[in-house]
Design a protein around this ligand. Structure first.
Ligand code: DX5
Ligand code: ZN
Length: 236
């Protein structure tokens, strides 16, 4: 059954590249107890993007330390080589940037064949028209709202319109797709992003890992901002 966009809850996918790795175990516990829905893992290869970040070993540690499903964002060239290392984690979703694969539909199939849900991520410079053929084959579209590669960047404003256009397309075609936003998902930008149609928020240094307050407090603030009930008394 396709859930209409309005009825979809807003989900929270903490961006683990912004976490303090020296406190990871405690932070994972706080995220699970506080109502986070996914763990967003940014995988960067120093080629498709200039930076290096997380990899399969980190994902394995997360899967041991938390029950939350992994939301794996591959920012890597020629992803087919590495899909098997990422797509077998329980309930994972794995998203590729389609321009990194010669045959994106084949890569999406490969992701599914290893047990994960398949997704695509759209660079701010890529128009929606470049990916419409792929929409029937994905369960998540990550609209990059900054240029991929680094935390702490400013929103590319035109991407909000892309979220809206995508949300309209998804509901017009009756597709069952989660629309995610990634990059500068800040306290100020979140209401605009949700209003445009985003239903999964990749929460990084601009909100959840904002050093001005402790993580559990930021998570409560985030839940309140998107109209989610306070989890702190109901879950352990
Ligand atoms: C970019 C990353 C960041 C990350 C950090 O490739 O994917 O967008 O989530 O979040 P912010 O932008 O809040 O530091
Ligand atoms: Zn990401």
């Amino acid at each position: 059954m396709v859930v209409s966009l309005e009825a979809r809850p807003v989900r929270i996918s903490p961006s683990l590249m912004c976490a303090d790795f020296l406190h990871l175990a405690a932070d994972l516990e706080a995220l699970e107890a506080g109502g986070a829905d996914y763990l967003h893992v940014d995988v960067m290869d120093g080629s498709y993007v200039p930076n290096f970040t997380l990899g399969p070993d980190f994902c394995r540690a997360l899967a041991r330390g938390s029950r939350l499903p992994l939301d794996i964002h591959l920012m890597i060239d020629l992803p087919d080589r590495h899909v098997p290392s990422f797509a077998a984690f329980p309930n994972a979703v794995v998203a590729i940037h389609p321009e990194t694969s010669r045959h994106p539909l084949r890569t999406l199939d490969l992701i599914r064949s290893h047990g994960a849900r398949a997704g695509i991520a759209i660079d701010p410079a890529m128009p929606l028209s470049a990916v419409t053929e792929m929409l029937p084959f994905v369960s998540l579209v990550c609209v990059m709202t900054v240029n991929p590669g680094y935390a702490g960047q400013k929103l590319v404003p035109s991407t909000l319109e892309k979220v809206r256009e995508l949300a309209n397309l998804v509901s017009a075609r009756g597709l069952d797709i989660e629309i995610e936003v990634d990059g500068n998902v800040s306290w100020d930008n979140i209401p605009r992003m949700v209003e445009a149609g985003a239903r999964v928020l990749v929460a990084g240094s601009s909100s959840l890992f904002d050093a001005k307050a402790p993580l559990p407090e930021n998570l409560r603030r985030l839940c309140r901002l998107v109209g989610r009930p306070d989890q702190s008394n109901t879950r352990k």
